[in-house]
Design a protein around this ligand. Structure first.
Ligand code: PHE
Length: 346
């Protein structure tokens, strides 16, 4: 009986204490629950009148509750003095605790170099465009002057996509280079055209330190009246100097790609030995960075651009090559094997 009374009293008291908002209310609460005439005091005083069996339990509980009241009173008093809501005080903030480290992400080395390349060409008036990675054979080969059975297709070990189209006979593949974007751009727009197209390309090849089955290229294309090989040379020369630094030497040599005529291979003097010859450049002093050339008249004709009126240049470069040269990375596979110890260095 008496124990019940105590519990009820306690819960009412704590309830009301929670609602107290100033010291006057707090004093009233103290008088009501802990004062000389309070129920609790009366229970404690009348312990002697209880039957012996009950006395002990009631006395212990009543004293416990009294102590709890006193402690809560003191706490509440302090909180009112500090003027902060109790909830805030409970969530005290220890500014001396060590902080929680926020992990910052970073850009992949390939993304960093792509950004740099795009910046340089944007600065020269090129627009950045993109094309699909799953591509029609038509764009990857046919429209680039490589009909079925053209031997140059062997330059591009191809990953074919095996599926049934409604048309039945339009083969699809993972693009082996970014050159199909040239065709897509020329189909849709009229000269003057100046675009670069960064993106992933795929080759059906065993991987080793210098080969990946997926890597990045940046394609470049300019078509207008009176564009000559000199424009190509000037553009790439400027690009190489902006990317690799002022003193860079750039070498142009004849090369063959079915979709350009003439075709060139572009190299820069070796960043490591400066042209003297070392392991990196295979003792040649030169490092190939891209393939390029004047857009083949046949390619222009296919997209309804009159080669008698317009001419253009195109180039395509491997992207990973550049950070590999710059940072002395000797294995291209490091780029896409997701090893944080590698990636964190950039
Ligand atoms: N697409 C060629 C390659 O992947 C590079 C290239 C692009 C050459 C444009 C000439 C012109 O090897």
């Amino acid at each position: 009986m008496v124990l019940n009374q105590i519990e009820e009293l306690a819960s009412r008291a704590f309830d009301e204490l929670g609602k107290v908002t100033n010291s006057r209310e707090l004093e009233a609460w103290r008088v009501h629950y802990l004062g000389r005439k309070s129920n609790l005091t009366q229970i404690l005083r009348s312990l002697a009148t209880l039957p012996l069996g009950e006395r002990c339990g009631v006395g212990a509980r009543a004293n416990e509750v009294k102590e709890a009241f006193e402690a809560s009173l003191a706490e509440k008093k302090k909180s009112l003095e500090q003027g902060l809501p109790l909830s805030l005080q409970r969530e005290s903030l220890d500014v001396t605790l060590p902080g929680q480290q926020v992990l910052l992400g970073r850009l992949h080395p390939t993304t960093q170099i792509l950004d740099e390349i795009c910046d340089i060409f944007s600065g020269m008036g090129f627009q950045v465009v993109e094309g699909p990675e799953a591509e029609w054979e038509y764009y990857n080969f046919e429209a680039l002057n490589m009909p079925v059975d053209h031997p140059a297709r062997d330059m591009f070990a191809t990953l074919w996509i095996d599926f049934e189209t409604e048309a039945g006979d339009r083969p699809m593949l993972l693009r082996t280079h970014t050159s199909p974007v040239q065709i897509r751009v020329m189909e849709k727009s009229h000269p003057p055209i100046r675009v670069i197209a960064p993106g992933r390309v795929y080759r059906y090849e065993a991987t080793d330190a210098t080969h990946e089955w997926m890597f990045y290229q940046v394609e470049g294309l300019a078509v207008d009246k009176n564009i000559t090989l000199a424009d190509l040379k000037g553009t790439l020369f400027e690009f190489a100097r902006r990317l690799f630094g002022g003193g860079r030497k750039v070498r142009f040599r004849c090369d063959y790609f079915p979709f350009v005529e003439p075709g060139v291979e572009v190299a820069i003097d070796c960043l490591v030995c400066g042209g003297a010859g070392c392991r990196l450049c295979g003792n040649s002093g030169w490092i190939e960075i891209l393939g390029a050339g004047m857009v083949h008249p046949e390619v222009l004709r296919r997209v309804d651009i009159d080669p008698e009126v317009y001419s253009g240049f195109a180039f395509g470069m491997g992207v990973e090559r550049i950070p590999m040269l710059r940072y002395g990375i000797d294995d291209i596979r490091l780029f896409y094997s997701n090893d944080l110890r590698f990636l964190r260095q950039f």
